[in-house]
Design a protein around this ligand. Structure first.
Ligand code: GDP
Length: 434
């Protein structure tokens, strides 16, 4: 149980209302010094109207363990004024609370057993989600999709370990031990399940960070026109107008629920000023780092340049009497920015290249962090090693050691085996008040 009582503004600035949250053993005492009236015995989960720090508020008490953190919590719902909320927070701090660190409420929820670590990470994922698909993946994890998959693997490893340890403890007693081959097969099957889970990180990473897609190619092939056509079809989430005229353009979009940043580089256009040259250079670098590069080729004068690309857009197809044949192993999508054809196929090709097409992984959990993936990879490797030890007829102690490593790594995802440093790193990614 935590000693200190913490407080923070829990809502983003600019809303109609704002919430200040207090959590910890003294939450009620601290709030009672600030909130008027304070009922003699406030009922849990029931709001009342009150005054606090000059603001008119609604106050609610949520008693342990039935709160977000699992501790006693008081929420003060005030007007959305940043100054007013800061005054409320200051009054609570004057009355004995400490300002919470980023993610500290969620960290307490984890420490009090309200949620496992993968659900806690999902909270940050939900808040950061930029598209529906990202949000759906995050919400599934909040409901325990990853936790359930990991627990299932854990149960299988625990029962394997029990079998193997029995062979260590009672080697001479020929009880009806499961044959080593069967145990090895079980270890392999569990490793395979973890492998599938790890593979989801590619998707999870892209859903979180978004997919950057660059349009590259010679001048005048229609890169800017394609960007405009793609933007015209889709709702543009944010438009970043470059500071100078001819450097590069970035547009954030939502392609089938995937956050996509489309980058059009100035390419070979002439940059006269130093500022413009810097802009062009920046654009090139962004394009070089993009997850997917679309090489735009003019179908009326097709020429394949030797540049890093993943998809070819055979643009201006309206000018070509028939589709020219290109010698390339890359997927080729005929498009016309002018007539707005082939755009959906181009988007689909890009998503397919990124491994994000369709709902091919529907229902499967999607990992939320590199950290989870790294832990599961180690668990998987330990299981594969245990499987070969078993299959090779090595002493059961060896397989038992590997299985214990696998258990430890699985526990890093759900939080049974993590230290302070890991928790610090996980919760540092949170915002204050969460
Ligand atoms: P960029 O230099 O690669 O960005 O090329 P632009 O987008 O500026 O286009 C160069 C020229 O090609 C412009 O005159 C466009 O109107 C034209 N253009 C672009 N896409 C198409 C297309 O699909 N069909 C036709 N007929 N013209 C196009």
């Amino acid at each position: 149980m935590q000693e200190e009582t913490i407080a923070a503004i829990a809502t983003a600035p600019g809303g109609g209302i704002g919430v200040v949250r207090v959590s910890g053993p003294q939450a009620l005492e601290v709030a009672a010094r600030v909130v008027r009236p304070w009922p003699a015995a406030p009922e849990s989960h029931r709001m009342w109207r009150a005054q606090a720090a000059g603001d008119e508020i609604l106050c609610v008490v949520m008693r342990a363990p039935g709160s977000y953190t699992g501790e006693d919590v008081v929420e003060l719902h005030g007007h959305g004024s940043a100054l007013g909320l800061r005054a409320l927070l200051a009054a609570l701090v004057d009355s004995g609370a400490r300002v919470a660190e980023p993610g500290e409420f969620t960290r307490r929820a984890f420490l009090s057993g309200r949620m496992d670590l993968s659900r806690a990470e999902a909270v940050a994922q939900v808040i950061g989600a930029r598209t529906e698909q990202a949000l759906r993946a995050a919400q599934a994890n909040l409901r325990g999709a990853t936790a359930t998959a990991v627990s299932r693997a854990r149960e299988r490893v625990v029962s394997l370990l029990a079998e193997v340890e029995a062979q260590v403890d009672f080697p001479e007693e020929q009880l009806d031990f499961a044959p080593a081959a069967a145990l090895a097969a079980q270890a392999h099957a569990t490793a395979a399940a973890l492998d599938r889970l790890c593979a989801s990180w590619r998707r999870g990473r892209l859903l979180g960070a978004g997919l950057t897609v660059a349009l590259v190619g010679r001048p005048n092939v229609g890169k800017s026109s394609l960007l405009n056509a793609l933007v015209g079809q889709e709702r543009a989430l944010v438009t970043e107008t470059p500071g100078t005229t001819r450097d590069y353009v970035e547009v954030a979009m939502d392609w089938d629920g995937v956050p996509v940043t489309l980058i059009d580089t100035a390419g070979e256009r002439e940059a006269t000023s130093a500022v413009e040259r810097r802009g062009v250079e920046l654009g090139r670098r962004r394009a070089a780092e993009a997850d997917v590069a679309i090489l735009v080729v003019d179908a009326s004068a097709p020429a394949l340049d030797d540049v890093r690309a993943h998809v070819v857009a055979l643009n201006k197809i309206d000018l070509a009497p028939e589709q020219p044949a290109l010698t390339t192993a890359l997927p080729v999508v005929p498009t016309s920015a002018l007539e707005r054809t082939g755009l959906a196929a181009l988007r689909a090709a890009v998503l397919a290249v990124a491994g994000l097409s369709g709902d091919d992984q529907a229902g499967e959990p999607i990992l939320a962090s590199e950290r989870q993936q790294a832990a599961l990879r180690e668990a998987q490797a330990a299981l594969v090693q245990a499987a070969s030890a078993l299959a090779d007829g090595a002493p059961p102690e060896l397989a038992a050691m590997d299985l214990r490593v696998a258990l430890d790594r699985l526990g890093r995802v759900t939080g049974e085996s993590v230290d302070q440093a890991v928790l610090d790193a996980v919760f540092a990614r949170f915002c204050i008040g969460k």
